[in-house]
Design a protein around this ligand. Structure first.
Ligand SMILES: Cc1cc2nc3c(=O)[nH]c(=O)nc-3n(C[C@H](O)[C@H](O)[C@H](O)COP(=O)(O)OP(=O)(O)OC[C@H]3O[C@@H](n4cnc5c(N)ncnc54)[C@H](O)[C@@H]3O)c2cc1C
Length: 457
């Protein structure tokens, strides 16, 4: 009888799971574990998601006769200890692509090899092999469109059914002390999330099913924050509750006007990981080093007003409040709030990115960093160069009746359809809401351009 160890990470599903399928084929019994290595960290929104997602995965495993063990500790110590104590001949994983996680996996593989245990990796979280999709001169792409053109033809879906039964082994008694439960946050600031979201594999597939009848409308509806025009699959993708190859396959087979646009958005996620793979320092450094000399403003009070949705700019404030209440923000509004922070307020993109990582249920190092650097103008593919979004123009264009603003800013509900986008323009005062924007729109734009001009000198 052979014993294997399966280590779940951000692949919290049973179907379309090459690593799990291989582990099931290779062993009579599996020890299934998830290791929480962030038990003492801040309680981020994505952790609230993780907690429920693991609960759902545990239920799905139990329904197949198995058991998922939740442990807390350092995987570099726990995984080898578990493998040895269980008598496992192999440890199975699917790949993580962030530089730190990949380096840690390599160290664990080396430790295991020293104990004659193999680490076997199959599949990952992506559709693209970053090492083989290159320009004609064999260098990495820096611009999205040619990247996508080269990458998309390489994407494949190899469907795999979820295992019908899982023969699992108990946790070795010597590791009992590592057991954990992922507790809910105190206070329960995640409560508002669950009216919108259901974590887990079944819910991820339901979201995909829900997208299909409205896929044809996606190219336009995706820009309107007051309607359900997008798929909201991002947190499911982040936790690997569904593999992007399944989404790609289903959307491509349905075809039609929205399919290409939707697949291009999946391409942005691929590009984010691709950039991280080839330029790992872009996680914290400006992709374009020219911006290292940017005189960012130190403005803790301004940053807090932005975080709380009290900048006095309705579209920015609505977005920041949606983020706090739902753990998610519409993509167009993400661009607007990020532009406002980095351009009009002159605050370093890294401060905004850190707040997003704390508050988003889909917080994802690769996509978040790419998004912030793209908007700040410091990243790859920053075209048009140094775009400064006008939040009032954006608001009037994409939320003309103010439906999104009214939903998230109850204090402005009584304002008319035009006044609501910029109450200060008509001298309107609304109790509890700033009288005017924290930064004048024109002056903020001029200051951003002046900071940029200073860099060029
Ligand atoms: C400043 C900023 C920060 C961001 N931070 C994150 C983040 O932490 N995590 C995250 O998943 N996305 C992030 N995004 C990208 C994008 O906003 C979200 O992926 C999208 O809003 C998720 O909603 P959806 O699933 O309904 O998207 P849909 O429109 O349905 O798109 C389908 C999928 O494509 C991918 N996708 C779409 N747009 C992008 C994009 N611009 N970049 C990368 N992938 C994309 C996502 O996986 C998404 O689920 C960020 C964008 C910006 C501008």
């Amino acid at each position: 009888m052979t014993q294997g160890l399966f280590w779940f990470r951000r692949d919290l599903r049973l179907a379309d799971h090459p690593a799990l399928a291989r582990a099931c084929q290779s062993h009579d019994r599996l020890l299934l574990v998830y290791v929480d290595d962030d038990a003492d960290g801040p309680f981020d929104a994505s952790r609230a998601w993780l907690r429920l997602s693991l609960g759902k995965l545990g239920d799905d495993i139990r329904a197949r006769g198995g058991e998922l063990h939740l442990l807390a500790g350092d995987p570099e110590i726990l995984i080898p200890a578990l493998a040895v104590a269980a008598g496992a001949t192999e440890v199975h994983i699917s790949a993580l692509h962030e530089p730190k996680a990949a380096a840690r996996d390599a160290r664990i593989a080396a430790t295991l090899a020293g104990r004659a245990i193999a680490m076997r990796r199959a599949g990952g979280r992506l559709l693209t092999d970053a090492e083989s999709v290159l320009t004609q001169s064999a260098t990495p792409f820096r611009v999205f469109t040619p990247f996508h053109k080269a990458a998309r033809p390489t994407w494949r879906h190899r469907p795999r059914e979820a295992p019908t039964a899982l023969a699992c082994s108990p946790l070795p008694s010597s590791l009992e002390g590592a057991r954990t439960t992922l507790d809910a946050p105190r206070p329960r600031w995640d409560k508002g999330f669950w009216a919108t979201w259901t974590p887990g594999e079944a819910a991820a597939h339901a979201r995909l099913d829900d997208l299909l009848p409205r896929l044809h409308a996606y190219p336009d509806a995706r820009d309107v924050p007051s309607v359900e025009g997008t798929s909201r699959l991002s947190p499911h993708l982040h936790f690997g509750e569904i593999h992007p190859s399944r989404i790609f396959d289903v959307v491509q087979r349905q075809g039609g006007i929205g399919a290409d646009k939707y697949i291009a958005e999946l391409g942005w996620r691929e590009f984010a990981y691709y950039v991280l793979h080839h330029w790992p320092a872009s996680l914290h450094d400006n992709f374009n080093p020219k911006f290292d000399a940017m005189p960012w403003r130190d403005d803790p009070a301004g940053l807090e007003a932005w975080q709380r949705g009290l900048t006095g700019v309705p579209l920015v404030d609505a977005g920041m409040r949606q983020l706090w209440h739902e753990g998610w923000m519409h993509n167009r509004v993400r661009m607007v709030v990020a532009s406002w922070l980095t351009k009009h307020m002159g605050i370093d993109w890294r401060q905004g990115a850190a707040w997003f990582m704390h508050t988003l249920v889909d917080a994802d190092l690769a996509s978040n960093t790419l998004g912030w650097q793209w908007v700040a103008g410091t990243g790859v593919d920053a075209a048009p160069y140094f775009r400064i979004f006008n939040p009032v123009t954006q608001s009037r264009r994409f939320d003309p009746q103010g439906a999104y603003l009214r939903r998230w800013l109850p204090e402005l509900r009584g304002l008319g359809d035009d006044a609501i986008h910029a109450p200060w323009e008509r001298g309107l005062r609304v109790p509890g809401y700033p009288v005017k924007p924290i930064v004048d729109l024109g002056a903020g734009r001029d200051a951003a351009l002046a900071r940029l001009a200073a860099l060029a000198k």
